[in-house]
Design a protein around this ligand. Structure first.
Ligand SMILES: [Zn+2]
Length: 185
């Protein structure tokens, strides 16, 4: 996204409001619902390790859609062990807001969603950058990139939402986002 386009998006009043809300209240249902609006909410993913693709309308007619949430959980499973974990709905809303903010046209490329304790232990032993108590273990974190959008713009947009943690990994070409406390690295 070009700088003027990004600035335009960031300057839209509803996104500024959204950022303010997200800073204190992605977990506050009424405020978040207001920010998200009444329309259906969808997410699209392509998992880079499994090749699976999914477009899921996980919220429609004023309620979460269980089958669609289950499809998302399945796609974001620990692909090494096949284990699934219910993905935190706040993470889905954060990704949805990020999609809107980035005016995304393509599915998220997923590098890592849920990680089982076994997988995380293996990764942490091999790579000092993997946290032993990673929020990936709780279905609260995801590593993504957005085809057609610059990584640094995705990073900036994620920081602006202030919905949780944001990690920037330009060498590996992904951004980590989670719905833990607001922090960045
Ligand atoms: Zn991560």
């Amino acid at each position: 996204m070009s700088q003027p386009a990004l600035t335009r998006v960031l300057d839209r009043r509803r996104f500024l409001t959204l950022g303010t809300i997200a800073a204190c209240a992605l977990g506050s249902a009424p405020a978040l619902a207001h920010a998200l609006g009444a329309g259906a909410r969808s997410l699209s993913f392509r998992h880079l390790h499994t090749g699976e693709r999914l477009r899921a309308t996980y919220w429609a007619d004023g309620a979460y859609v269980g089958d669609e949430l289950a499809r998302i959980d399945r796609l974001l499973r620990d692909f090494r062990t096949g284990e699934t974990m219910p993905i935190d709905r706040r993470l889905l809303e954060l990704l949805h807001l990020l999609t809107r903010k980035m005016d995304a046209r393509a599915p998220y490329d997923v590098i890592s969603g849920y990680r089982s304790p076994k997988t995380n232990a293996v990764l942490a032993a091999a790579n000092g950058g993997v946290a032993k108590k990673s929020l990936h273990l709780r279905g609260m974190a995801i590593d993504v990139r957005l085809p057609g959008r610059r990584l640094k713009d995705l990073h900036r947009a994620a920081l602006a939402l202030r919905g949780g943690g944001v990690g920037y990994y330009p060498a590996a070409d992904f951004v980590h986002v989670d719905v833990g406390r607001v922090r960045s690295w």
